[in-house]
Design a protein. Structure first.
Length: 315
């Protein structure tokens, strides 16, 4: 949500960097449980372009178009490390938001709610090589974590709130929840040799939230800093549509979330560098297509560091 006036536009370009190289079992680093006892390394770079239009000073509509490049490096059945990559358009979203209170008369605090839709415009079947024990390779969809899309439509629920505490200090809270009605994707989880298993990937719900304080350290120059916390996660159960029986990596990561914002005229630059402080994965209760249980132990990679950089300009 923005502070745009009626009939104003805003264009924002945001970059996100994500890196991980530790293999977790529940809340413990256990590289010995990783494929062939070697850690998985991955990088994800994404760029979001968001165009926002304010129908009034209270109601806005935002269209977000993402691009993603992901890389996952791991050991395969040939006992060598190889990198798989994915690149392309992500899932486009359209969200409408509204301030609950009149922003013209409630300058010290307000709450905005938003609802929107996410379209499955990004591929969830981007393929790269899987290497077999004899050294041969077969093309198969890369891991869920670096796919540009998840394969399903989604409903986006958002919240944003702020409250002035001191002359230069504000408390803030934001939250987003992606409701994924589709239960299972059309991709079977690969086995270590690159052949399909009997378990489909889920199309899971996803959530994120931030809470903290922002302080204007140099208001004449539009410079402010923020300190807070961030949580990102995938729930064990979807709100609607099922999908608990497919393969997913439910769990959460909590970050310490420092940030910087600089405003110059109509433009605003922001930087935040969330650093992981705690994490946990839960077991995934998968079921084969024939109905037999196939529980999956809670394991996988979790991000150690995030970097968010954005620039927005109002028109």
């Amino acid at each position: 949500m923005t502070d745009l006036g009626a009939h104003q536009w805003q264009v924002a370009v945001g970059y996100r960097y994500l890196h991980g190289n530790q293999f977790f079992v529940a809340d413990q680093v256990r590289s010995d449980f990783a494929p062939f006892g070697q850690p998985i390394i991955y990088y994800i770079h994404s760029v979001d372009v968001t165009v926002t239009y304010a129908a009034t000073d209270r109601y806005t509509l935002s269209l977000t178009v993402p691009l993603l490049h992901g890389m996952q490096s791991r050991f395969y059945a040939d006992t060598a490390r190889h990198a798989a990559q994915a690149f392309g358009l992500g899932d486009i979203s359209l969200v409408g938001s509204a301030w609950l209170l009149d922003p013209g008369t409630h300058l010290k605090g307000n709450v905005a709610l938003g609802v929107g839709v996410k379209a499955p415009t990004g591929s969830n079947r981007y393929a790269d090589n899987f290497f077999r024990a004899d050294g041969s390779a077969v093309q198969y969809p890369v891991d869920q974590s670096i796919q540009p899309g998840d394969g399903g439509w989604g409903v986006i629920l958002q919240m944003q709130a702020f409250r002035k505490l001191l002359r230069r200090a504000f408390a803030y809270a934001t939250g987003a929840y992606l409701v994924s009605p589709r239960a299972l994707s059309n991709v079977l989880r690969p086995q270590p040799n690159g052949t399909p298993s009997m378990v489909y990937w889920s199309v899971p719900d996803v959530y994120s939230g931030r809470l903290g304080l922002a302080y204007a350290v140099w208001p004449e120059q539009g410079v402010s800093i923020s300190l807070g916390g961030r949580v990102d996660g995938i729930p064990y159960h979807d709100l609607i549509g099922g999908g608990d029986e497919g393969f997913r990596r439910p769990g959460h990561v909590v970050f310490f979330d420092p940030g910087l914002a600089v405003t110059r005229g109509r433009g605003t630059f922001t930087l935040s560098t969330p650093i992981r402080v705690t994490e946990s994965l839960a077991d995934s209760a998968t079921v084969r297509p024939n109905g037999s249980p196939s529980p999956t132990r809670a394991s996988g990679d979790l991000a150690r560091l995030l970097i968010f950089v954005s620039y927005s300009r109002r028109f």
